[in-house]
Design a protein around this ligand. Structure first.
Ligand SMILES: Cc1cc2nc3c(=O)[nH]c(=O)nc-3n(C[C@H](O)[C@H](O)[C@H](O)COP(=O)(O)O)c2cc1C
Length: 198
């Protein structure tokens, strides 16, 4: 039997006390063995990362999840800062920088907009995958694999049940990733991880 993959969820939510969705997503995975959860705005309110801690944590996990609300078609600023600082030249990329090679990264986002608006011809013109291109390219430049994102759409319209269903789906998705049940070729064909979760 292959070993379970270790997952690290890095949560970037500047207003978690006001969150409806991300708080519930987090709650649904809190008890999972083999999942490390880090609330980054709590840990680094001044945006000054402990580089060694962050890099060592990356080394000791197989799958990294960037969980955050979708803000202005992107992430809250602390994730961008984390990428700029932690994915250092000579560590994550460059001729000598192959420390993260072979790991996987997934974005898990909540978005106010419905899925239909994020497509060609839709109100937001671009798909979520297109809008997440800078994250995907960052990951691939660091010789890692970018997984299809897990997305909770239409957050403003979701009631408690809807949020609960999304949270249960998130838990299931992370468990499946840990157990490595998704075929690599198959997973890359999908726009969303959600579509693979049965
Ligand atoms: C500053 C800000 C920017 C936002 N930008 C977007 C956006 O670009 N696209 C979108 O679909 N929703 C956007 N939203 C809505 C949030 O994504 C949504 O409220 C959030 O995902 C809900 O999750 P939460 O309950 O965990 O906060 C934005 C919200 C805020 C506060």
């Amino acid at each position: 039997m292959t070993e379970r993959q270790r997952i690290m969820v890095l949560l970037f939510h500047p207003l978690l006390h006001k969150s409806r969705v991300n708080r519930e997503l987090l709650r649904s995975i809190q008890d999972l063995e083999g999942v490390t959860i880090r609330n980054m705005y709590d840990l680094y309110p001044d945006f000054h990362f402990d580089l060694k801690v962050e890099q060592n944590l990356l080394l000791s996990h197989d799958i990294i999840v960037w969980q955050h609300p979708f803000y202005w078609y992107s992430s809250p600023p602390l994730l961008k800062e984390w990428i700029d600082v932690v994915l250092e030249h000579g560590f994550a990329y460059g001729r000598e920088g192959r420390a993260l090679a072979g790991k996987k990264v997934m974005t898990a986002i909540s978005s106010g907009g419905r899925r239909e608006v994020y497509q060609e011809g839709g109100m937001r013109k671009y798909s979520i995958r297109q809008l997440l291109a800078p994250f995907e390219l960052t990951v691939t430049l660091c010789n890692m694999t970018y997984l299809p994102p897990f997305v909770v759409h239409g957050t403003h319209m979701l009631d408690e049940n809807g949020i609960g269903r999304a949270a249960a789906q998130y838990r299931k998705g992370l468990l499946s990733l840990m157990d490595g049940i998704y075929d690599e070729g198959e997973i890359s064909k999908h726009d969303y991880l959600n579509d693979l979760i049965t």
